[in-house]
Design a protein around this ligand. Structure first.
Ligand code: MLT
Length: 409
């Protein structure tokens, strides 16, 4: 009899976005003529920037000739891409990161999901509530939680983030080993400023904790005083790992390229208190379990850093943020309380009193043929809230807002 990892049985029956996709597919089957607008999963709709396409075409041609053909690439990514990341995303912003601290991967989702396996199976974990489900589910799989009751797993430290506390999580009262922070935040679209983030770095320094900082949406920040990187905070290099992605920044959701920064100054400890480099351990993990991102894709990602690439991604981001404004203003005119959508492509809607987020999901799907994401899917504090993304086309975004305006809320 082959036994399984029973932690998998603690998971909710399906991943949030798969559940939504199934519900939408079932509705579509029953209502084939419905013209559905999808503002649920945060998936981009604009095509790849032409600078990226040109670079990828060139790379394809290189693969056709033996003198320039590439087999396995370097485990942690090609130097040409690591160099550009360091120069543009860090040094140019006054943050000291070196190339050997950057690991190229196929996605922030996989990196942030895989990273926890380096830590002790008993490590205590804090997550914000609501939260991007990957942080939680991967720790459930690893056995760091107890049972799921009343919307929460025991042993997890939930940090409520609601309008009441301006979406700023309070420091945990007891010691935690691992802290997941996402800023700009998915799902609430809100951010931590320098002062707030500094408190977390200080907590982690005092508690020898590790912060897993997801900044996949940093390119959408429009206001000053919002850190783009946790490494803008002094001391963070001793306590934080940062996850970044080309998915939303440059339209790579279907192309797959991201990177994780693991500073060499960041140490973790064995049972005897001996120090170990997290950078070396992550490198060891990646070289064992991962064979790198295709050369063609890394060439495309490199082109994001060319002057044309930078110009084109900024235009695309501005387009999405105009969508965010259309959604924000449209829904505000209905008297709804709206958060996010200024430094992030997500708009977080407070629903009228008594309306549950899954009920609203059903109503929106049936009566407006618009798909969004129920807040409860991100955690108990998300109940009574609803997320829309700004990643639709302009035409669909306008149409969706008009349809929502027709609803009796
Ligand atoms: C989301 O909708 O939250 C994101 O698309 C999920 C992801 O990036 O994996």
């Amino acid at each position: 009899m082959t036994k399984l990892n029973e932690n998998y049985l603690k998971l909710q029956s399906s991943y949030l976005f798969s559940t939504i996709a199934k519900k939408v597919a079932a509705y579509k089957q029953e209502n084939p003529s419905a013209e559905i607008i999808r503002l649920g999963i945060g998936d981009v709709t604009l095509p790849l920037p032409s600078a990226v396409i040109e670079a990828m075409h060139k790379a394809v041609d290189e693969m056709a000739v033996s003198s320039s053909f590439k087999g396995y690439g370097p485990d942690y990514g090609y130097d040409f891409l690591r160099q550009k990341i360091v120069e543009t995303d860090y040094l140019a912003r006054g943050v000291q990161i070196t190339e050997d601290e950057v690991f190229i991967s196929d996605g922030a989702k996989s990196d942030v999901g895989n990273f926890q396996e380096i830590f002790d199976a008993k490590a205590s974990v804090a997550i914000t509530d609501p939260v991007y489900p990957v942080y939680l589910d991967t720790n459930v799989m690893a056995g760091r939680t107890g049972a799921f009751k009343k919307g929460k797993y025991s042993k997890i430290v939930y940090l409520p983030c609601t309008a009441k506390n301006n979406f700023i999580p309070l420091l945990p009262k007891k010691h935690v080993d691992l802290i997941y922070i996402c800023s700009p935040n998915n799902p609430t679209g809100t951010c931590l400023n320098k002062e707030e983030l500094s408190k977390w770095v200080e907590y982690a320094l005092n508690n020898k904790s590790v912060i897993l900082f997801d900044s996949a949406y940093e390119a959408f920040i429009s206001e000053p005083d919002i850190p783009h990187s946790i490494f803008e905070i002094p001391g963070a290099e001793k306590v934080a790992v940062e996850f970044r992605s080309f998915s939303k920044t440059a339209g790579f959701t279907g192309t797959r390229c991201a990177y994780t920064v693991v500073p060499k100054a960041l140490k973790v400890f064995d049972k005897e208190g001996g120090e170990h480099s997290l950078n070396s351990l992550w490198g060891r993990r990646q070289s064992t379990k991962f064979n790198g991102v295709p050369y063609i894709v890394q060439k495309g990602a490199e082109a994001v850093y060319s002057p044309e690439g930078q110009k084109q991604i900024k235009e695309n981001i501005a387009y999405y943020m105009e969508n965010a404004k259309i959604i924000r203003e449209g829904l505000r005119s209905l008297g709804l309380k709206i958060f996010g959508g200024v430094n992030a492509p997500y708009i977080w809607i407070k629903l009228p009193k008594g309306v549950t987020s899954w009920d609203f999901f059903g109503k929106l799907l049936k009566e407006a043929n618009v798909v969004g994401t129920p807040g409860a899917g991100f955690g108990p504090c998300g109940e009574g809230c609803f997320r829309l993304t700004a990643f639709g086309s302009r035409e669909n975004t306008i149409k969706a807002v008009e349809r929502i305006k027709q609803l009796k809320l």
